[in-house]
Design a protein around this ligand. Sequence first.
Ligand code: NAD
Length: 453
Amino acid sequence: MQQLIQSQRDFFNTNATKSIAFRKQQLQKLYKVIKANEQFLMDEIYKDFKKSEFDTFTTELALVYSDIKEAIKKVGKWSRHKRKRTNLTNLPGKSYIIPEPLGVSLVIGAWNYPYQLSFAPAVSAIVAGCTVVLKPSEIAPNSSAAIAKIINENFDPSYFKVVEGGIPETTALLNEKFDKIFFTGSTTVGRIVYQAAAKHLTPVTLELGGKSPAFITKTANLKMTAKRLIWAKFINAGQTCIAPDYLLVDESIKEEFLGLLVSEIKKSHFSIDNGNYVQIVNTQNTERLISMIDADKIYFGGKHNLEKRHIEPTILSDVLFEDKIMEEEIFGPILPIITYNNLQETIDIVKSMPKPLSCYIFTEENTTKNKIFNEISFGGGCVNDAVMHISNSHFGFGGVGESGMGSYHGEEGFKAFSHYKSILDKSNLFEANIKYYPHSEKKLSLIKRMMGL
Ligand code: NAD
């Protein structure tokens, strides 16, 4: 590890990665390498949890391709010096900020979208001009090996290298000094990463998880809400960091809405055999999820097959905030429904929980929408939809509090791997003498006047 990181540091110090042409070239190369190996990547992820080609393209590769294309198009603009206003005290002069790459970066990925969560942060690192050590998750072993193969066969390790492994390898990497660590995973491991980074004062981006609520108010368009929520919850069999974890449903519309949810599940034909559904990633997670299903609260579904790592799309109704299923992020195809009569009380309970990664509000009414926005702190979200905000790279994606810090995609990703030097560029035309010794009352009052104080 030490040798690898030193070789990346040496390469970074040649300044090669600072050239815009180099960055574009590497991004184009990454695009071509992924494209040329698209079928291979699809075959390998299928071995991990039977993810279909449709889902692999739409939820993994499409986002990476569009991030790369945008990065190539915008790298010049993002890397330019940006003018800032100069304050009166510093005239005559110019002020600007210069983005510079942080240096040698470490990207640690999660398994649930193994390609997207490895390649997208790597794109941000490359466009910013960093070198990359990428450690995908060992929990999706075939996808991790596929990433390692296509990158390590095509890139110089002193610039971009994939290191495979689990806890021991990640711990060894975290002992080394990086200039940036970008981590996607659980809040528990996020804390370990943050502590390790603190030793070297390395800046971090932490993309973590949590329990993301969805509010379904009485003015919501229930049919559309059910359709969008069932897709958002059961895509990837619920193994999505921004999946609606649980629903908060106005009591007055509960019966009608639950009926619509069930009919949407039926219409969706979720089956691993037809490619509309995926397996749970491993036996341990399947067991964990099965233990969360309270048989007394099953409204729909609930059947499972441990050997096949399959759990039916499941709806639990009459759930209470005190129930076991509300203790941790579900990260699987179980959807608990909590009903409410009093929106304010419900908002207060959500506020007492860790800040979620996402929050979704289904309503036709601005007051309710604005009230929830104003009161609850969360990473990002949607009104009348769920999950889809991740597909808009015009804004950053990230959490807050226990759901993470920092954001990425598009220009936010560039910023995550950059430092902005603030430069005052002084003219030699003349120099006001007021700051120089000897001090005088007159100079002091002039300074106060100039500063408006
Ligand atoms: P995880 O935290 O178990 O693992 C993430 C990475 O950390 C893996 O590469 C793993 O090898 C490494 N790791 C695990 N234990 C470690 C340890 N003790 N020391 C050092 N490294 C360690 O998470 P996961 O199971 O892969 O992913 C699920 C979690 O990730 C969920 O909480 C989910 O919400 C979250 N997630 C967040 C986002 C996001 O963008 N915010 C995206 C996907 C997943």
